[in-house]
Structures are given as structure tokens and as C-alpha cells.
Design a binder for this molecule. Structure first.
Ligand SMILES: [Zn+2]
Length: 119
């Protein structure tokens, strides 16, 4: 790809002037691309050489993206299980029970909304 093409200019360009704001910086598209490469276990330094062989590159991208997605789903499930176990522990300690069906709620408003369903 010639150096004058817009995608190449955007990916390799750097700002010479400018201030960085306090706190977290906004991510540029370049940063997002690098983060995605890292998430897919693709080397940020050598991806250009890997991409020269298009067929191999497409296989690699497809496989690594599938691995990343499976790992991401697994992590989300683990995170949900941890959150649910924490909620269940909290319910065991300070739950408020419905007098009619013995369902437990964390907050009074949840019980209040639930009691309306019994009417
Ligand atoms: Zn109830």
C-alpha cells in the first residue's frame, strides 16, 4: 500500500503538538487496533509481515478471533458466577423474605414490587 493512502496515514501518524488531558486518555483507533491484536495473541511488531501472506493471515485472524471470543465468553460467565455468589451471600445475611411465597429480596423496594404481583 502506498504511503499516501489514508488508512496508512491514519495508522502510522503521530501528533507532534497537543496537550494530554488529566485522567484517562481517549483511545485512538490505532490504540484500539493494537489492543485487538494483543487480545487475539497477534504480535503488534510482526503483524505486517504475517499479513503479507493473505491466506495464512486470514486463517490466523479467524482462529485467533475465535479463541479470543471463547475466552471472553468464559471470563464473562466466571464474572457473572462470582457476582451471583456474592449476591446470594448478601441475601443470606440481610435478605427480606416475602411472607406469602418465601422469595428473598435485597431491598425493600424489590419486596414491595413483588408483593403487588400477589394481589
Ligand atoms: Zn411472594
Amino acid at each position: 500500500m502506498p504511503d499516501t493512502r489514508l488508512p496508512k496515514k491514519a495508522f502510522y501518524s503521530e501528533l507532534k503538538l497537543g496537550k494530554r488531558s488529566r485522567g484517562g486518555q481517549f483511545k485512538r483507533s490505532k490504540d484500539c487496533l493494537k489492543a485487538n491484536l494483543k487480545n487475539c495473541d497477534i504480535s503488534v511488531d510482526t503483524w505486517e509481515q504475517d499479513a503479507c501472506d493473505r491466506e495464512q493471515w486470514r486463517k490466523m485472524i479467524h482462529n485467533d478471533a475465535a479463541k479470543f471470543e471463547a475466552n471472553h465468553i468464559l471470563q464473562a460467565k466466571q464474572k457473572r458466577a462470582q457476582r451471583k455468589s456474592r449476591q446470594n451471600q448478601a441475601l443470606g445475611q440481610t435478605g427480606i423474605q416475602c411472607h406469602e411465597c418465601r422469595k428473598t429480596f435485597l431491598a425493600k423496594i424489590g419486596l414491595y414490587s413483588h408483593i403487588r404481583t400477589h394481589n
